[in-house]
Every structure is written in structure tokens, then in C-alpha cells.
Design a protein around this ligand. Structure first.
Ligand code: OAD
Length: 251
């Protein structure tokens, strides 16, 4: 399917599908102006993750790490969901069941209106107490104090995100595996499909019989194993599929 978008067969499959799972990565937010991790303008080209996105870095210099997150929150906070996020949010009404599993921490899916979200890597708008583990939402730009302190116990707060060398929430991961193995169709949108365990979810889905639809301008290690590999930007391809669906969806 690469190069030419022939949605006919895909639309037929979607008409019959009862249970859709969508796995997203940084690429879905690229058209909102948020840099991806590994592209030409990727975040990791400018900053060494081991200096900033690790527990060791945070323990050594919480102020530096928080300054980086505060800067990123400042950028992300100005961005809006793009047509790709919006189609995914609308599809919660279109399909009987739709589960959105995202590696993104930017909160743009929520801003677009998505509700059934599993955030594998946390959320930049949430802070977590390093002592008690309490999680709180915080949308301050800039943060009132850096590093922020827990008002309950006075301990340091950290970003509620998964850092290098840390494990994902076992509950969120387990539920994501379960959702992947139950879906009829899994869309894999805007991810380089190299970071585990997220990268294994399409294989869980495929082994359980789901069709895999990848949307990405570039090929990934997953592309060979997909049923539909659609090369293009998610902010263009998802609305295109949505338009075709609307034309043909059974009343
Ligand atoms: P990457 O930066 O690795 O990959 C982004 C993908 O999006 C690439 O495959 C691009 O080709 C694709 N892309 C770019 N523009 C696009 C567009 N307009 N539409 C669709 N796709 C587009 O980002 P992730 O795969 O999300 O983890 O990275 C996975 C994880 O690596 C992140 O969650 C982060 C990072 O380490 C943590 O922070 C724990």
C-alpha cells in the first residue's frame, strides 16, 4: 500500500470492526509543532537523554531536570491538537469500542477530546511526590517554583513520566497488552516502533488475529509485518480515512 492510498479494503474491514486499538507515538503530535524524538529535529539531537531524563540526573540536579521539563511544558502548552488527534477522539463515537494507547506525554489526545487513554510513558502535566507517590495535575507555565515541592509532605515532586531505565506502570502495561490482544484492528500511528515494550503491542495484536494499520511517512521495523502500511502524515491520512468511512459507514 506504500506510496498509493487505496482505502477500499481497509474501509471494509473497519466497517466490520467492533474493537479498535490505536497506538500512537510522537509523530502524531509532529503536525502540532512538537518535535519528535528521533527525527532530524528530534529532541535527543539537542539534549542527551542520559543527562536529563533519568532518575540519576534528577537525583543529582533536580533543578536542571525541572528547568528542562518546564521549558518543554512551555512549548507543549502553546500547541493544539491537529486533525489526526481530532479524528481519533471522534472515533470513540464511531466504533463500539476504541482504546487509545499512547507513548506521548503531551496530553494533546485529551485536549482533542479522547477519553479512553492509556498513557504508557506518563504525562508531562502530572507531578508525582517522590516520597508518597501522590500524583497531581499541574498546568502552571512556568512552574511557580523549581524544583516543585509537595505541599503535603515537603518532599520533591518529579515529573510523572517514565525515565530511561525505569519500568512502565505494570497495570497500564498489562491493560495495554490485554487491549492489544482483544482488538480487531490496531492502528500504529507516528511511532518509530523501536522502544519496548510499546513496540511489542502490535505483535500482541497481530498474533491474536488483528489487522495492523501503520500510518507513518517513513518505514519502520514494524512496516514489514503490517497489513496496511500507509506512508503519510497522520494529520492528513486519518482525516482521509475518516472521510471514506463516513461515506460508506452502514447506517
Ligand atoms: P520517535 O521520535 O522515535 O518516532 C516518531 C515517528 O513519527 C517516526 O517514525 C516518524 O517517521 C514519525 N512521524 C513524523 N512525522 C509524522 C507525521 N506527521 N505523522 C505520522 N508520523 C510521523 O517517537 P516515538 O516512537 O514516540 O519514551 O518514541 C518512543 C519513545 O521514545 C517516546 O515515548 C520516548 C522516547 O524515548 C520515553 O520518553 C520513555
Amino acid at each position: 500500500m506504500a506510496g498509493k492510498l487505496e482505502t477500499g479494503r481497509l474501509i471494509e474491514i473497519l466497517q466490520e470492526a467492533k474493537n479498535i486499538a490505536i497506538l500512537t507515538g510522537a509523530g502524531i503530535s509532529a503536525e502540532s509543532g512538537i518535535p519528535t524524538f528521533r527525527g532530524e529535529e528530534g529532541l535527543w539531537k539537542k539534549y542527551r537523554p542520559e543527562e536529563l531524563a533519568t532518575l540519576t540526573a534528577f537525583s543529582q540536579d533536580p533543578k536542571l531536570v525541572w528547568e528542562w521539563y518546564d521549558w518543554r511544558r512551555g512549548i507543549i502548552g502553546q500547541k493544539d491538537p491537529n486533525p489526526g488527534h481530532k479524528v481519533i477522539a471522534r472515533w470513540e463515537e464511531t466504533f463500539p469500542t476504541l482504546s487509545l494507547i499512547t507513548q506521548n506525554i503531551d496530553g494533546l489526545h485529551q485536549k482533542a477530546g479522547s477519553k479512553n487513554i492509556w498513557e504508557l510513558h506518563g504525562n508531562i502535566w502530572k507531578l508525582r511526590c517522590t516520597e508518597e507517590g501522590t500524583i497531581m495535575e499541574n498546568y502552571d507555565i512556568p512552574l511557580k517554583e523549581i524544583p516543585p515541592i509537595c505541599s503535603e509532605c515537603g518532599a520533591l515532586l518529579r515529573p510523572h513520566v517514565v525515565w530511561y531505565g525505569e519500568s512502565l506502570s505494570p497495570t497500564i502495561l498489562q491493560e495495554s497488552i490485554q487491549l492489544s490482544s482483544e482488538c480487531d484492528v490496531m492502528f500504529v500511528v507516528g511511532t518509530s516502533a523501536v522502544v519496548q515494550p510499546a513496540a511489542s503491542l502490535p505483535f500482541e495484536a497481530s498474533e491474536a488475529g488483528a489487522k495492523i494499520v501503520e500510518i507513518n511517512p517513513d518505514p519502520t521495523p514494524l512496516s514489514l509485518y503490517t497489513d496496511f502500511s500507509i506512508r503519510g502524515k497522520s494529520g492528513e491520512i486519518l482525516p482521509l480515512i475518516d472521510r471514506e468511512l463516513k461515506k460508506t459507514f452502514k447506517a
